[in-house]
Design a protein around this ligand. Sequence first.
Ligand SMILES: C[S@@+](CC[C@H](N)C(=O)[O-])C[C@H]1O[C@@H](n2cnc3c(N)ncnc32)[C@H](O)[C@@H]1O
Length: 243
Amino acid sequence: VTVYLVGAGPGDPTLITAKGLDLIRSCDVLVYDVLVSPELVDEAPTDALRVSRENVDQAVINALLVDLGQRGLEIVRLKGGDPFIFGRGGEEALALAAADVPFEVVPGVSALSAVPASAGIPITHRGVSAQVTLVSGHSAKGDELDYAHLAKTPGTLVVFMGVMHLPQIAARLIEHGKDSSTPAAVISRGTHSDSESVSGALHEIGQLAADLSSPALLVVGDVVAVGTQLAPALLAAGTISAR
Ligand SMILES: C[S@@+](CC[C@H](N)C(=O)[O-])C[C@H]1O[C@@H](n2cnc3c(N)ncnc32)[C@H](O)[C@@H]1O
């Protein structure tokens, strides 16, 4: 194997896998995303080439991985969370496969469950939610999302990349029949020491979370109420902080 598509975990650098960390420590080249913590970048050997993905087109990154891989170097492509969850890891794997460059996917701890968990919210909970839907809230208009379907889907809804458009996302869900009092939470910089989270009814979540910074995750569903129940215990243990 020459190219490893490695998940860095959700933020806290200690949440990378043991395998991922070993690979970083022995790589020749580290190509990393913006959300990856600097502590992990520092784990690469001092003579390793470090390439930031910031402001570089996906096509250029694909070509770079293929080129470096064909030279037989050991490359770690380090991505936030898990490489195959809204991480474009699939696109890079397809490019490597098409060029016959050997690669391996090293899964990571995704923000999907880790970020809500860090705020005390279990994304599934017996008797409350047995189904999770994950979507990208990237587009302001949300044209790519089927809100009519989402509003009627039971269980937990997790929205990635939606922080810029929270009021519109909530309004569209309500417009399509989601109960406006459904519990919702936004967790910003989950698993980092400066993480912040807010929770409230769906109709007010956009306003409540207005000053939270990116990256942030929106969770909608009754599991948020489980988090609210757990909050006093987590506050007492110091694992979450009051906002
Ligand atoms: C491009 S996606 C990458 C997701 C990643 N591959 C994963 O599995 O977690 C980036 C989005 O993930 C969410 N995210 C990632 N890390 C986060 C964190 N520490 N706290 C809150 N949300 C986070 C945010 O919605 C952010 O906009």
